[in-house]
Design a protein around this ligand. Structure first.
Ligand SMILES: [Zn+2]
Length: 142
């Protein structure tokens, strides 16, 4: 299994659009940006709705369950910070409560070979430092 304990992750830098997402993650809550005009969820957050160009956007809490929409297995250590984790699965997850919004993360706590399209996963929170907590995923029910 991938050894993430020796990985030094790049630290995300919140901007004006992503700040609410990171603030929620720090509280171990997953909140996704939703258009209040048409109801569309989107991720990553934008200045306008990607469906109707509406600007009335709010962050709403969602449960962290969903399924793997796509994945890729990382075999190479182009970024040496991730060397101890190779091979590992980078996954794209579609959340049950936020259809249309796709979140990227790593599949943690499982062999990379467990990453399959359609597999059920749920969010877990990985604290990177006092400011940033990274939403990640594990297999559902484990
Ligand atoms: Zn909209």
């Amino acid at each position: 299994m991938s050894d993430w304990s020796k990985v030094t992750r790049p630290i995300p830098v919140p901007d004006e659009w992503t700040k609410p997402f990171w603030a929620a993650a720090k509280r171990h809550s997953l909140e996704m940006q939703r258009c209040q005009s048409c109801g569309h969820f989107q991720h990553p957050p934008y200045a306008t709705c990607t469906q109707c160009i509406g600007v009335d956007l709010k962050f709403e809490p969602v449960r962290g369950q969903g399924k793997i929409y796509a994945y890729t297995i990382m075999y190479h250590t182009g970024d040496k910070r991730f060397a101890s984790a190779v091979p590992y699965a980078s996954i794209i997850v579609e959340l049950d409560d936020a259809p249309g919004a796709f979140m990227a993360g790593n599949l943690l706590g499982a062999e990379y070979t467990e990453a399959k399209v359609g597999r059920r996963v749920e969010v877990i929170f990985e604290k990177l430092n006092d400011d940033i907590t990274l939403p990640q995923f594990k297999l559902a029910g484990e």
